[in-house]
Design a protein around this ligand. Structure first.
Ligand SMILES: [Zn+2]
Length: 515
């Protein structure tokens, strides 16, 4: 009897309320349902081809999973976010869930939608296309086998926050210059792990591969045209290689502070395709090691969490503005401009001892007891140093100006919200030996690494940018950064969010791991 109850519990859908009380809802079960996992997958192109040149297509993809008691829907969208920013509106998730609750009848919290966070421009009717895609996947439900595992790809990502020698942190964006090489003390970690769920048809042919990886899909600059960036290419490699209509689902991980590798290069054209090919091949390599089994457990849990909103915008802005004022005050007088700076700089680098003329001219002066050239060089060296100092100041100011605008935007949003908290939805899903926990914001990488390390089950992974968009979620120490970077300025929450969030995620994962 106990084993039957355990089996029933394993099929139950868990919805956890704010106090973490698990409310287990029991569905009507047939004994056959216990052993049967059904899966269906579909995809639809959502590229807005009217919005300008297209480099590569964007898709909405749906994976429907059902075991007789529970239905879960995992949707991936090649878009920047689910609400908040970009083309997908704030009502998207609620509308999709409402339509699926009506037909075919899926519990709203069992619909999980992840944005890859690529910057493609999707069609205005992406919501309707997404619902159609999910219903197509539902119609394709067929007996399936599932298995979880891990891959590894360390060549395509880099941490975008740099630890500076003065204790501050600076991030890398195309919106501003990187810090000077001599100021950089250390770089942060990446997460090279690829979390993989492999779904096969009953006869063993691949049906779907869901892969979770942490990296901003921003390698292709906008001038290359509309693009799903590296995840689009990675999924294409997987789908082309598996054949038979198998669909690859990229699920964005904790990429808040993770960029594509060599993101700041200006010496050759950036290529998302090269990175995507590497990732896709790593996924295929790992897939071959994963054994799928029939009768995989399917369990979904969710938890509504209210995170504290930041209350220190005014203080942080005042500190940032004070730094701007200090930098402006420190600009040095110099009698050169860029036209005269550049040749002088080259000459002084090329020939530090004789920058203004040939050596013989200096020797000739010296023989006559004159120092004309040497004195000119000393004056020019001072001008060059002042001009370089001013350039470095300009680079710092561009970073501060951009991040000040983010702080002011979130300050205004917080005032308009008029509430001390922001509502978020954690969702967890377990499919056999694969577990995924999701969150609406851009979690930074150490948060994801920590969750995975503490997770009670192997093959547990973390997705950001899911079921909504809450901007960046830096760690408490990152949030306190005096250097001001996007992750700590493009952020709605107070530093206290982190322990609160982590406790709730850990509890959710314990629920999913319960026998
Ligand atoms: Zn981002």
């Amino acid at each position: 009897m106990d084993s039957f109850l355990n089996a029933v519990r394993s099929l139950a859908e868990i919805r956890i309320s704010g106090l973490l009380a698990a409310v287990i809802t029991f569905a009507t079960l047939s004994p056959n349902a216990l052993a049967q996992l059904m899966a269906g997958a579909a995809k639809t192109e959502i590229t807005d081809r009217q919005a300008g040149p297209v480099n590569d297509p964007s898709y909405a993809k749906a994976l429907v999973l059902r075991d007789g008691a529970t239905t879960a829907v995992i949707v991936t969208v090649d878009a920047v976010a689910i609400g908040g920013i970009g083309r997908i509106g704030d009502t998207f998730l609620a509308n999709v869930r409402r339509q699926l609750a009506a037909d075919p009848g899926v519990a709203p919290h069992n619909v999980i939608v992840n944005a890859s966070h690529c910057h493609s421009i999707v069609r205005m009717d992406t919501e309707a296309l997404t619902v159609q895609t999910i219903r197509a996947a539902w119609r394709a439900l067929a007996p399936a086998r599932a298995g979880g595992g891990e891959g590894w790809e360390e060549r395509i990502s880099e941490n975008r926050r740099l630890a500076m020698k003065d204790g501050s942190e600076v991030d890398m964006r195309r919106a501003y210059a990187l810090a000077g090489d001599e100021e950089v003390a250390a770089v942060g970690p990446i997460d090279p792990q690829i979390g993989i769920l492999r779904i096969d048809r009953a006869d063993g042919r691949p049906l779907a591969v869901l892969y979770n990886f942490a990296c901003h899909p921003i390698m292709n600059p906008p001038r290359m045209g509309n693009s799903a960036d590296f995840p689009g290419f990675a999924s294409k490699v997987v789908e082309d290689s598996l054949g038979g209509g198998a669909i690859a689902f990229f699920v964005q991980g904790c990429a808040g502070d993770i960029n594509p590798v060599r993101y700041k290069t200006v010496m050759h054209p950036p290529s998302a395709e090269a990175l995507g090919n590497l990732l896709g091949l790593a996924v295929l390599r790992a897939c071959r090691q994963i054994e799928t089994k029939p009768g995989a457990m399917l369990r979904v849990a969710s938890d509504d969490v209210a995170l504290p909103r930041a209350t220190d915008f005014a203080r942080r802005l005042a500190a940032l503005e004070a730094e701007q004022a200090r930098l402006v005050e420190g600009l040095k007088p110099t009698d050169i401009n860029f036209k005269t700076f550049l040749p002088l700089f080259v000459q002084h680098k090329l020939s530090p001892d004789f920058p203004s003329y040939y050596a013989q001219g200096y020797l000739h002066d010296r023989a006559l007891g004159r120092e004309d050239l040497a004195q000119l060089d000393a004056t020019n060296r001072e001008s060059l140093e002042a001009y370089l100092h001013n350039i470095a100041t300009m680079e710092r100011l561009t970073r501060l100006n951009t991040n000040a605008a983010l702080l002011r935007m979130h300050q205004a949003q917080t005032v308009a919200a008029g509430r001390p908290t922001v509502d978020t939805e954690l969702t967890g899903i377990r499919i056999g030996d694969f577990t995924l926990v999701t969150f609406p914001g851009e979690l930074t990488v150490t948060i994801g690494l920590g969750i995975k390390k503490r997770a009670p089950l192997p093959h547990t992974f973390v997705a950001g940018c899911t079921n909504g968009y809450l901007y960046y979620l830096p760690t408490a120490p990152q949030r306190a950064n005096l250097g001001f970077a996007q992750e700590d300025c493009d952020c709605l929450v107070a530093p206290e969010w982190q322990p609160l969030f982590e406790a709730r995620v850990d509890a959710l994962l314990r629920e999913l791991a319960a026998p």
